[in-house]
Design a binder for this molecule. Structure first.
Ligand code: GDP
Ligand code: IMO
Ligand code: MG
Length: 431
């Protein structure tokens, strides 16, 4: 599945997250040696199906379900050590040997209980302008990181320093909570005790992951850099302020693991055959309620992390065209084609109209988005199951025409088409 000349591949969500990155990374991991997450934290929910079993990975890379693969949590991540061990223990309980295969960056920031309190308090204070975060403390942890007030994995190895940092971090958080009108209190002693005991288990996995990855690349091993969220949730390039707090794009992949950008050989953009978004903020191709509900049911579109219903809409070319440019995509993986199997017709937005202008890409200024109108093209549906297709030729001509149109409009080759949750339900194009 991985091209022989590709040593380092970035797999990046190219809409608003939940594009099916977990499934794709799992499939590609078969041919890789290392799989690394480079940003985000437990806000991610990456679903992988192995046989009859389903796994939802939040912080552990999606390559973990293949035995022998090394999985890396990069310095660009914000690591929640409590839920990390819940995830790890669940995998162990389900028969996976994982501890010896996980490497955690000593430079990764920690998400602590007070970050989660702050996340919730900040959301509440936003009222109608709430972002609809996952409540996992992500924004507050990244805020502390850039404020140079965060606590890193490396700090766990010096208990005295850890206590000092925790006292300062907790005091900072407590003041912010008060200012936000929250009456929650931060218990430093409880936090210190919890972290001290988690440190015993965590530190043996901690190392300079950039060094480990660069040595692996030197030995000719293959590395997948697994994005979380999606381009439209990127803190710079997404629908700001309705974004996550990290850079999600491929440009962040190497800084997030401690490599240099020249190691990247290819960038695979994962997109659904339609569009979804969970949380608030613009979604230009969003369907009216009844149709949105229908597509949500067809695609089982409920958040893998929070269980929230996902908003649904037609494929949005300006979004993916924009993602192609800002990520430097070399190819697309189109997921969930099977979800459209029963629809009599399928629409896709080719451009936007804004005032008298035609826009080819997503605009920066959200204040004008209410005036923005997607320009749709309608294509016939195929009304046949695509779930058993394993080669492009197995798909009905109308389904191939839809994929060809996506490829033409985005200017990108389609390398993979996913037609179901299972590992085998994948079409490799030109492989
Ligand atoms: P991620 O965050 O990008 O990894 O995506 P999620 O796991 O949050 O959401 C994708 C959902 O679609 C999961 O429930 C997957 O099991 C499911 N899925 C992935 N690929 C396909 C596909 O090709 N067809 C169908 N029907 N479901 C898929
Ligand atoms: P994966 O990796 C979809 C969304 C939240 C909210 C915004 C900010 O599974 O694709 P945050 O908790 O990050 O501060 O929330 O970002 N969001 C996601 N949406 N998939 C994700 O991850 C997401 N992670 C965060 O819903 O709108
Ligand atoms: Mg997800």
């Amino acid at each position: 599945m991985l091209d022989s000349d590709v040593r380092c591949l970035v797999v990046v969500g190219s809409q608003w997250g939940d594009e099916g990155k977990g499934k794709l990374v799992d499939v590609l991991a078969k041919d890789a040696d290392w799989i690394a997450r480079y940003q985000g934290g437990a806000n991610a929910g990456h679903t992988v199906r192995v046989g009859e079993q389903q796994y939802i990975l939040h912080q552990i890379p999606s390559g973990i379900l293949y035995p022998g693969k090394h999985c890396v949590l990069g310095n660009g991540m914000v690591l929640d050590p409590v839920t990390f061990f819940d995830e790890l223990d669940e995998l162990k309980g389900r028969g996976y040997e994982v501890e010896d295969r996980i490497l955690i960056s000593t430079r990764a920031q920690l998400v602590l209980a007070y970050h989660k309190l702050l996340d919730r308090a900040e959301e509440q204070s936003r009222g109608d302008a709430a972002i609809g975060t996952t409540g996992r403390g992500i924004g507050a942890a990244y805020e502390d990181k850039v404020a140079r007030a965060g606590i890193r994995v490396a700090d766990l190895s010096n208990r005295e320093r850890l206590r000092e940092l925790l006292e300062a971090g907790a005091a900072r958080a407590q003041a912010k909570l008060r200012a936000l009108g929250s009456d929650e209190t931060v218990d430093v002693e409880a936090l210190y005790d919890e972290l001290s005991s988690l440190a015993e288990r965590l530190l043996p996995m901690a190392c300079d992951v950039g060094l480990a990855l660069s040595r692996a690349l030197d030995r000719g091993e293959k590395v997948l850099l697994e994005g979380a969220q999606g381009s439209m949730l990127d803190v710079d390039h997404g629908t700001y302020p309705f974004v996550t707090s990290s850079p999600t794009v491929a440009g962040a992949a190497t800084t997030g693991v401690g490599l240099g950008p020249t190691v990247i050989d290819a960038v695979l953009g994962v997109v659904k055959a339609y569009t979804t978004r969970v949380g608030n903020g613009p979604l230009p191709t969003e369907l009216p309620p009844a149709e949105a509900d229908h597509l949500r049911e067809l695609g089982a579109e409920y958040g893998a992390t929070t269980g929230r219903p996902r908003r649904t809409g037609w494929f949005d070319t300006p979004v993916v065209r924009y993602a192609a440019r800002i990520n430097g995509l070399t190819a697309l993986a189109v997921s969930k084609l099977d979800v459209l199997d029963t629809l009599p017709e399928i629409k896709l937005a080719v451009n936007y109209r804004l005032g008298g202008d035609t826009l080819e890409e997503f605009p920066a200024d959200l204040s004008r988005l209410t005036e923005l109108e997607p320009v749709y093209e309608t294509m016939p549906g195929w009304r046949t199951s695509s779930a058993e297709a394993r080669r492009l030729e197995d798909l009905p001509a109308t389904a191939r025409a839809y994929l060809d149109r996506i490829s033409e409009l985005t200017g990108l080759p389609i390398r993979f088409v996913s037609v179901g949750r299972r590992r085998a339900q994948i079409i490799e194009v030109g492989g």
